[in-house]
Ligand binder design. Structure first.
Ligand code: ZN
Length: 97
């Protein structure tokens, strides 16, 4: 695997294993984000999906997650009115009706 200089951690590390996404975003991820940061995002994304009950069948859900991914991986500045969500490290015990 090729080494890339990661836009998020600034280190030169292995590129993402496999193809994370199709299209231009997938290409950008491979060029700019290391596999370590990608794994961190992967774990974070699962927490976000669980915490916010995001449905990836919804365009809205996919857009939300895609925005969060770009913020998390520093691929883009947060759009106005949007901030990175904060997820606690401990598993959520919250029960929602
Ligand atoms: Zn990195």
């Amino acid at each position: 695997m090729a080494d890339i200089t990661c836009i998020r951690c600034g280190k030169t590390r292995e590129e993402i294993e496999g193809t994370p996404y199709g299209g231009s975003i997938g290409k950008t991820l491979k060029e700019k984000v290391c596999n370590v940061c990608w794994q961190e995002w992967y774990e974070q994304s699962i927490k976000i999906i669980n915490e916010y009950r995001i449905s990836l069948r919804d365009q809205k859900g996919r857009d939300f997650l895609s925005t969060q991914m770009k913020i998390f991986l520093k691929l883009a500045p947060a759009p106005e009115g949007e901030t990175a969500v904060q997820i606690e490290d401990t598993p959520s015990q919250k029960q929602r009706p």
